[in-house]
Design a protein around this ligand. Structure first.
Ligand code: NAD
Length: 456
């Protein structure tokens, strides 16, 4: 299989040019410079696509990529070195080393909600790993996709990194039908993730899938309710709820529901004012299709707060919803918007059952002051990652692996985990010639007791 436009990338990779430490470090520094050089254009694009303020653009997009580059540059030299490991008695006097080998030409596909960092953080890992990369930005954030293409084409040679634009449903299968990529990194929705996994399986291409799902925020009766309300509001309404790790719904102990709702209302008012549509800090829904889907959810419960919408401005107010049925669409689909259903529970078992209706959430958030409850929840649930007494910030810590499990994906990103994702462990045993016992060679007749002594 070959596509003439990717063949030069394969040749470039095979030339070994991307493997040295100095090349990788230089390219990461170039990327950092390019991002800082284009920061104003990036901010304009993110405002155009999602109405992000420049502060939010830095804190949730540009700054995260810069921090990832800085963190990786601090550690890359030691990560690249082959690691000497132990050797068993059978192999005496050999030595053993593990090399971290780049895969080759990797394909990175990103969604529209954090259209810059969800494309470039994986790119940083791919470059650090010594790979060439093809980037497929989301067509639904076109201004950001355009500035990314401009920046990448100015910064890197097309044999090393290139951007392919277009409708994912046609462009991605077409690329994968004509060229065998060596690794595939996909961030996006579960249904598309499944179809991409199938395409990759056909050619045995290893994958990392960063998907979505319904991430709960559980608030126990012993939680600090004021802090819980503030941190849930931030995680839910930043980027207008269009965040893969946003708390999708709240599951609060019935005895503290009223108090939590009162504090949530206060925090929403405090963050976004009386009219969030006019707020500097409140963005917009990505497009009409998503707007229509989200406003449909508003009919599935009783509005406790918010609920105002304006299709012409793609505006949906930060909204709290109660009396939502577990069978309603809003409780069976990832909401991915600024609507927060509030459900109550009376016992751990009942709460666990609600969460397990949508298994393997990408994130899980627990608010409690009780260590035993903390351990109980963490030990009882399968989830990608999460926080105790906080939301979403786990994403920004490069020391923590980021990724889903089961329905929310597979594989990890960020910091060393990105480097590990974009490299393969290549083990090598090296044997000197000064000692070569005949016992290892045929005929084996009569050597059983020796084998049983040495192989155990
Ligand atoms: P999406 O799956 O529609 O699109 C993501 C990318 O896939 C885009 O580049 C698109 O062009 C491409 N694409 C679309 N259809 C395709 C097809 N049939 N074949 C191949 N490629 C195709 O996702 P989205 O709507 O852009 O993003 C929202 C989803 O992403 C949510 O479910 C969210 O939870 C998830 N997400 C996950 C993470 C994470 O890190 N786990 C981060 C952000 C978003």
């Amino acid at each position: 299989m070959s596509d003439s436009s990717f063949i030069p990338m394969r040749h470039y990779f095979e030339s070994g040019a991307t493997r040295t430490y100095s090349f990788r470090a230089e390219q990461l520094n170039r990327l950092k410079k390019a991002i800082l050089h284009h920061e104003n254009e990036i901010n304009k694009a993110l405002y155009h696509d999602l109405k992000k303020s420049k502060e939010e653009a830095y804190a949730t997009e540009t700054g995260l990529v810069i921090a990832e580059i800085n963190y990786i540059l601090k550690n890359l030299r030691s990560w690249i070195l082959p690691k000497t490991t132990g050797t068993d008695l059978v192999n005496f006097p050999s030595g053993s080393k593990i090399y971290c080998d780049p895969y080759g030409v990797v394909l990175i596909i990103a969604p529209w909600n954090y259209p810059l960092q969800l494309l470039l953080i994986p790119l940083v890992g791919a470059i650090a790993g010594g790979n060439c990369a093809v980037l497929k930005p989301s067509e639904l954030a076109p201004a950001t996709a355009a500035i990314i293409e401009k920046m990448i084409s100015e910064t890197f040679s097309p044999e090393f990194v290139k951007v392919i634009q277009g409708d994912g449903a046609t462009v991605v299968p077409s690329m994968m039908n004509s060229f065998r990529f060596d690794y595939l990194m996909y961030t996006g929705s579960v249904p598309v993730g499944k179809s991409i996994y199938q395409l990759a399986a056909r050619d045995l291409i290893p994958v990392t899938l960063e998907l979505g799902g319904k991430s709960p925020a559980v608030v126990e009766d012993d939680a600090d309710i004021k802090a819980a309300a503030r941190r849930i509001s931030l995680g839910k309404f930043i980027n207008v709820g269009q965040t893969c790790v946003a708390p999708d719904y709240v599951l609060v102990h019935a005895s503290v529901k009223e108090k939590l709702v009162a504090h949530l209302k206060k925090e929403i008012l405090h963050f976004y004012g009386e009219d969030p549509a006019a707020s500097y800090d409140y963005g917009k829904i990505i497009n009409e299709k998503r707007f229509d889907r989200l406003t449909g959810y508003l009919k599935e419960g009783t509005i406790l707060h918010g609920g105002q919408t304006d299709r012409s401005r793609l505006y949906i107010a930060p909204t709290l919803l109660e009396n939502v049925s577990e069978d309603a669409a809003i409780m069976n689909e990832e909401i991915f918007g600024p609507i927060l259903p509030i459900l109550t529970f009376a016992s751990f078992d009942k709460a666990l059952r609600v969460v397990q209706r949508n298994p393997n959430p990408l994130s899980f958030y627990l608010f409690t002051s009780n260590k035993r409850k903390e351990e109980n929840w963490i030990g009882s649930l399968s989830f990608g990652g999460g926080c105790i007494n906080n939301t979403v910030w786990q994403f920004s810590n490069p020391h923590l692996p980021f990724g889903g499990v089961g329905n929310s994906g597979m594989g990890h990103l960020h910091g060393k985990y990105s480097f590990d994702t974009f490299t393969r462990l290549k083990p090598v045993l090296k044997t000197p010639n000064w000692f070569d016992p005949a016992l290892k060679y045929p005929s084996y007749k009569g050597k059983l007791n020796f084998f049983k002594w040495i192989i155990r």
